[in-house]
Design a protein around this ligand. Structure first.
Ligand SMILES: [Zn+2]
Length: 287
């Protein structure tokens, strides 16, 4: 099943159905799932966690399974869920020794990261070396690591991984600071002191317009009232349909995650050790 096919299982469905689709996908394949249920006055749902590998050091990759009412929620955020499910299905994705990768499918992200906040409160952040929250990963060709307020050993590994893929700073990938208008699950972890960033794909062609859109909201508000730059042209609207997703974008996100996982095995800040088996292959053999 491709990431796009996985995304189709969620897009256009109710939040209860989306949550059940993720759990059903995992259970049908015999993947052990840790279910974290929460019920708060603001909302209720279930965070679903899958652990890969065994180790004391933990990398968390998040993708929320809920969507805002009235939107099919394809790029926000069925696409990211599809990328993570595909990571599970990909054979031969070698994990560095001592590293555990936790795929965390959260509920109620659209309620001010309620699910992630409940998760951090109940499960804690012990052992976490870094968190990436995947948001809007289905449209574009340029990676953005955002809310990178300060350098960290984890951020250095992420940069090294992306450079290792042949991507260049401010072209193939961008590292940007705190984004004022938007947020995602990583902020629940950042609040607990863990290096945690958003990971999004954007069209390189709209990078300039995007910077103005997200960093100068007041000045840009009028200009962008009618036409927001991609991928925000569909964000939280009925137009966020699965037909708008680009398979190449989903594949690029998957490649980046594979490289980041591999780079977690290297020396902090030094990227993967020489001779390490780093898989940069595009997704293949996906079930
Ligand atoms: Zn989202």
């Amino acid at each position: 099943m491709t990431p796009l096919e996985c995304a189709r299982l969620l897009a256009g469905r109710s939040n209860a159905e989306r949550e059940a689709a993720v759990r059903g996908w995992l259970e049908a394949r015999g993947v052990p799932v840790t279910r974290h249920r929460f019920a708060l006055p603001e909302g209720a749902g279930e965070n679903l966690a899958v652990e890969l590998g065994a180790g004391e050091r933990v990398l968390v990759l998040c993708a929320h399974h809920d969507a805002v009412p009235g939107s099919p929620g394809a790029n926000d955020n069925a696409a990211a869920v599809g990328v993570l499910l595909d990571l599970l299905a990909r054979p031969g994705a070698a994990l560095p020794p001592g590293l555990r990768v936790r795929l965390l499918f959260t509920a109620c992200e659209e309620l001010d990261y309620l699910g992630a906040r409940a998760y951090v409160r109940d499960v804690g952040v012990a052992g976490l070396e870094g968190v990436l929250s995947l948001e809007l990963c289905g449209i574009g060709d340029s990676l953005v690591v955002w809310d990178a307020v300060e350098e960290s050993p984890f951020l250095a590994r992420v940069r090294a991984a992306l450079e290792g893929l042949g991507l260049r700073a401010d072209a193939g990938y961008h590292v940007v600071g705190r984004i004022p208008r938007f947020g995602s699950d990583h902020r629940a972890f950042a609040a607990a002191g863990v290096p945690a960033y958003g990971l999004t794909l954007v069209p390189a062609a709209s990078a300039g317009a995007l910077r103005r859109f997200v960093f100068q909201p007041r000045r840009a508000a009028l200009r962008f009232l009618l036409r927001r730059p991609a991928p925000f042209h569909t964000y939280h609207t009925p137009r966020d349909r699965v037909e708008t997703l680009e398979p190449a974008a989903l594949a690029a996100t998957g490649r980046a995650l594979g490289a980041i996982i591999a780079a977690m095995g290297g020396r902090p800040g030094g990227g993967p050790p020489r001779g390490a088996a780093v898989s940069h292959r595009p997704p293949s053999g996906v079930s």
